[in-house]
Design a protein around this ligand. Structure first.
Ligand code: NAP
Ligand code: MG
Length: 482
């Protein structure tokens, strides 16, 4: 081929400047309004794209958890729980604005600590985190009009534990409604991604929240267990795996604590033969390759009507081949790094099981970086419902494709899962969307789109995806005694 006639277009590197992250060599935990050294063994947080240690982070000992819960109790009883909602709102609006002001710094830091592409942290995680504070600030003085009774009261002290896939955004989902409703909080970020939560603690300090209203204690699962089991906690909110969610539910049984669980998923993304296929391909790609597939509501099971399956798969392979995998700080990167070696091993193991059980594997030919934890986008065809890759949450950039012939079969297959967090429907017929949405056992059903998040829309699961809702008017109920 004459390259003058058919030039090969290459992207020039477009790296975001890592200095913007203001990375410090060490970070301390935030307890009772101050940054303090925790009594636990410090942890080292790693950039999964380079395997370099980013910073050392102090962790909480059981005595720190106890101090934080007591500080939160004091703050609740003396200030925050009795403050008029309109006053609380001012603080929460301030947090929302300060997140927006420091959005670039937060986005770069998030991409370095988590491995997600900068375009996602910049355009999704950080703005949505800010939006959650804005939205809930608006509720703080209107709780009596939320339809939850004339005099809804805060629950008291909330113990909150979050995962690593959306570190800042999950902190915002947890903190904003709790604070708006007059609760105080002790929050534990995930072990592998503590940094943006600690910058958020800085923002909270600068926003002048009274000491003890928010406490942020990094650490591993044992700190989470210490917190959720602490007798001084009135409400536990957990986002993470179904396995740990079950443990927490078991240990809280009979304690009188209120509990909400946002757990795993294995969502069906259902494409009918009348769907606009090119548009559906974009939705499928966004559904499973957004955030490396580390998304609880990822569209990890593609159910496609048999008559269009071949055509759709061909389009899908062509589109996925164009995704750029690599440096999360490069503005052209579509798929970043897997968050940890442990998660990479889990993905690799499940993908091998798919091959061993006889599914047909297709993997994008994209080049992968030499260093860091990366996994090329992968699509399995010929998947049957009994295979592990159709049943278990892979939590990585791996799509399992199944086919169906009739709408009833689509519903039966979509609902054939112990989970029930989200689902997607692609069709030209509005009546079919409504019919399907009524039959799908999932907390969120997207129609001709996927992975859309908005603070006004309640989010949550059925079955083993958990219970309780976050976001919207409904989400307030989890933090109020009504
Ligand atoms: P995970 O292992 O359950 O961890 C979640 C959080 O719980 C982490 O902070 C973890 O600490 C902590 N933890 C571990 N053991 C604990 C215990 N015994 N008691 C209290 N806390 C404990 O989940 P993950 O692997 O980090 O996250 C992935 C999972 O989260 C996936 O299943 C995904 O679907 C789910 N998720 C759900 C939603 C949703 O809204 N439904 C959203 C995002 C993710 P360490 O960091 O030290 O492990
Ligand atoms: Mg990290």
């Amino acid at each position: 081929m004459n390259s003058d006639v058919n030039p090969v277009w290459e992207y020039a590197p477009a790296p975001e400047n890592r200095d913007i992250a203001n990375l410090k060599p060490s970070y301390r935990m935030y307890l009772d309004g101050e940054f303090v050294e925790g009594g636990g063994e410090p942890l080292k947080t790693v950039n999964p794209a380079t395997e370099e240690v980013l910073a050392e982070v102090s962790t909480a000992a059981p005595s720190d958890v106890d101090r934080a819960v007591k500080a939160a109790r004091r703050a609740h009883e003396r200030v925050w729980g009795r403050m008029p909602g309109a006053e609380r709102a001012k603080y929460i609006y301030r947090i929302a604005r300060m997140i927006a002001e420091r959005s670039r710094e937060l986005a770069v830091l998030e991409s370095m600590d988590n491995g997600k592409p900068i375009k996602e942290s910049r355009d999704v995680d950080v703005p949505t985190a800010s939006a959650h504070f804005f939205y809930h600030a608006g509720w703080a003085d209107k709780l009596a009009y939320a339809g939850l009774g004339p005099d809804p009261r805060p629950l008291g002290v909330a113990g909150q534990v979050i995962p690593w896939n959306f570190p800042l955004l999950m902190a915002a989902w947890k903190l904003a409604p709790a604070l708006a409703c007059g609760n105080t909080v002790v929050l534990k970020p995930a072990e592998t991604t503590p940094l943006t939560a600690l910058v958020l603690a800085e923002i909270i300090q600068q926003a002048d929240l009274p000491p003890g209203v928010v406490n942020i204690l990094p650490g591993a699962g044992d700190v989470g267990a210490e917190l959720t089991n602490h007798a001084g906690v009135d409400k536990v909110a957990f986002t993470g795996s179904t396995e740990v969610g079950k443990l927490i539910q078991r240990s809280l049984a009979g304690s009188g604590k209120k509990l909400t669980l946002e757990l795993g998923g294995k969502a069906a993304n259902v494409v009918f033969d009348d769907a606009p296929l090119d548009q559906a391909v974009e939705g499928i790609v966004n559904g499973i390759f957004f955030n490396q597939g580390h998304v609880c509501c990822a569209g990890s099971r593609l159910l496609v009507q048999e008559s269009v399956a071949d055509e759709l798969l061909e389009k899908l392979h062509a589109r996925v081949s164009t995704l750029r995998i690599g440096d999360p700080l490069d503005k052209n990167t579509d798929v970043g790094a897997i968050n940890s070696r442990e998660q990479l091993n889990k993905i690799t193991e499940l993908v091998s099981s798919g091959e061993a059980e006889g599914a047909t594997r297709w993997t994008s030919p994209c080049p992968l970086p030499d260093k860091g934890f990366f996994f090329a986008p992968t699509v399995f065809a010929g998947v049957s419902q009994a295979m592990r890759i159709a049943r278990e949450e892979i939590f990585g950039p791996v799509l399992s494709v199944l086919t169906f012939r009739t709408p009833d079969e689509a519903v039966a297959k979509a609902n054939n899962t112990p989970y029930g967090l989200s689902a997607g429907i692609w069709t030209d017929k509005g009546s079919r969307i409504l019919w399907m949405a009524n039959k799908l056992r999932a907390g969120v059903v997207w129609a001709n789109t996927f992975n859309r998040f908005d603070p006004t829309a309640p989010f949550g699961g059925y079955q083993e995806s958990g219970f309780g809702r976050e976001g919207g008017r409904t989400g307030l109920e989890a933090y109020l005694d009504v």
